[in-house]
Design a protein. Structure first.
Length: 209
């Protein structure tokens, strides 16, 4: 199972996290988020991340040129679009050589139907809990709704996954589920992760695999 830890913002915390058996580290470039890192983190702060861990930039309703400029500045591998971006914008970013993920807030079956229209446009989907802040709510949505997803694009499961959810995560099955995204439930404060809790959780997942 792929593991992404999102919402990082402290250089030392990033260095510690980079020692764990994870696949992705996420950085939020949405100005309204308490985990916004634009102009705060320096490119050198990301240099401690080994090449096997991919760097993900999270953007919300940002223009394509700004996304590209920020992604190139920080050496991001993946662009995660977490707002109301269009298929045209996704295609444009893919043309520029980026891996593109599209996040969707899941409320009901209609949201799942909308997701299918992005099939073949993005590399991965991310399903999250509805929130006015576009994520980081610490709340779960009804994972059972994903039974209605029968698209071809693999997805990451997000939304309120915390230290006590190991068994629930491992029990949840879907043919297109490839990983999880964790964030606020492992924080001592916004953008500061509790590394010991993450380590225990990740070890648990790797044990069950």
């Amino acid at each position: 199972m792929l593991i992404k830890v999102c919402g990082m913002g402290d250089a030392d915390n990033i260095a510690e996290l980079s020692q764990l058996a994870i696949d992705y580290i996420g950085f939020i470039f949405y100005k309204e988020s308490p985990r916004y890192v634009g102009g705060i983190l320096k490119k050198d702060d990301l240099s401690v991340i080994p090449s096997n861990i991919k760097k993900v930039g999270v953007f919300v309703n940002e223009d394509v040129s700004t996304i590209i400029n920020i992604s190139e500045e920080y050496g991001l591998n993946i662009i995660q679009l977490h707002g109301d971006e269009t298929k045209v914008e996704c295609k444009e970013l893919k043309k520029r050589g980026f891996e593109v993920w599209k996040a969707f807030q899941v409320r009901d079956e209609k949201d799942i139907a909308h997701v299918k229209t992005f099939d073949k446009v993005c590399d991965k989907f991310l399903f999250d809990t509805p929130s006015v802040m576009y994520g980081g709510s610490g709340q779960k949505f009804e994972w059972q709704l994903l039974e209605h997803y029968n698209g071809k694009t693999p997805f990451m499961l997000s939304g309120g996954i915390g230290p006590v959810d190991l068994e629930k995560v491992m029990e949840f099955k879907h043919p297109k589920l490839i990983g999880i995204d964790v964030n606020s439930r492992f924080e001592s404060e916004p953008a500061m992760k509790r590394i010991s809790l993450l380590e225990q959780f990740i070890m648990g997942i790797r044990f069950y695999e």
